[in-house]
Design a protein around this ligand. Sequence first.
Ligand SMILES: Cc1ncc(COP(=O)(O)O)c(C=O)c1O
Length: 444
Amino acid sequence: MGFKGKETVAYRSDSSRSKQLYEQGLKVLPGANSRHSVTMDPYPIYVSSGSGSRIIDVEGEERIDFINNMTSLVHGHAHPAIVEAVKKQLERGTAFAMPTEPELELASLLVERIDYIDKLRFCNSGTEAVMLAIKAARAFTGKHKIAKIEGAYHGTYDYAQVSEGPGPEEWGDPSEPVSAIEPSVAPSVKSDVIVMPWNDIQACASIIEKHRDELAAVLIDPLPAALGWIPPEPGFLESLREITRGYGILLISDEVISFRVSYNGALQEYGIKPDITALAKIIGGGFPVGAVGGSDEVMEVFDHRKGHKVHHGGTFNANPISMTAGLTAMKLMTPEAFDRLNEMGDHVRSRLNQLIARREAPAQITGKGSLFWLHLTDKKMENFRDFVSNGPEKSLFHSFSQEMLGHGIVYAGRGLSCLSTVMGQEELDAYVDAVDASLDAISF
Ligand SMILES: Cc1ncc(COP(=O)(O)O)c(C=O)c1O
């Protein structure tokens, strides 16, 4: 039963509105969507509205949203302060080919909070932020290759997409993974992107050493979502920083999601500073956004007064709607708000761990702060290959998430879940209860 004692399964009926909309969608959108992350078998649940932690589907059924638009809505849906601020800005105009004050205010707030960002520039997505980070690294170092972690997702810029989710037949040697591309990427990109295994510092060190004269940057996500938030082993990130610095290779930290875990940036707790950081998601307050930031020295590549080395345009960059929403959202994210969110994350992880132990279920929890992931396997996972091979069959994820949906809980893909500041005990209890009931209904 759902969090209000009611099963939320109307979307499954033959006459469901979601089914009808999906069929209409197939006629005008390939696969009926504009974003692969919203696909679901046999069809997705169409949403009608969202408020706070709840969303209402087109059948009129309510669920608690633990996806929050892929972690971007840190204050849930239609937060009154953000709605109010955006309404005011809407009336003043939505976009100008001139700078506005909200851009400056949001930039100042982020620069003040994140110790390793002296200057930043805005764009409209995490994909663009990572792309600009890579371009800046090339322009700054005069070198052109990058290294990235096998399986890590950094958006859809060609170079960042290499080996974003390769199949086992494409993997090659675990300590020197093959660079795999999808057919949309030019084959020449393969040789410019070197792939490294997560958490294997020896392998990374020897790969970086081998390519040291050509590498502009090493791109990492401190808490890689596409690897199910398998945490970095102690010392892994610190060693990568040391090695890259030694060879004059820049370290790019993709904190598009992981900025959620800390007021001062995801790498702050490790005591290391990346040269360039990509941000997006929560800094837009629910609107399209991205930002690339770094040291004064590196960010000079964007400065027109210095004969910029990276040409950076973008019709809607730093538009005042995204900036105003982002500024309002980030102002609400005080250190106390981060602490509370992180404590709620600890609470839910601990409850889920207790539940798994009590049930002796083959499952485990990863994640940090407000990000958590229930894996339906108890096998050890240290890297992308473990994540892919040790996980259960796709059909098991599918049955489990259908059960969770029926119990009024929305979470993403293979287990990605996150909290928002408008959640409290009721939402956490509902999640844990739904997991308990859903585990009853599936067989491993
Ligand atoms: C770590 C990471 N980097 C980059 C991106 C791309 O961001 P966007 O979807 O805003 O283009 C994502 C998106 O989920 C991400 O998780």
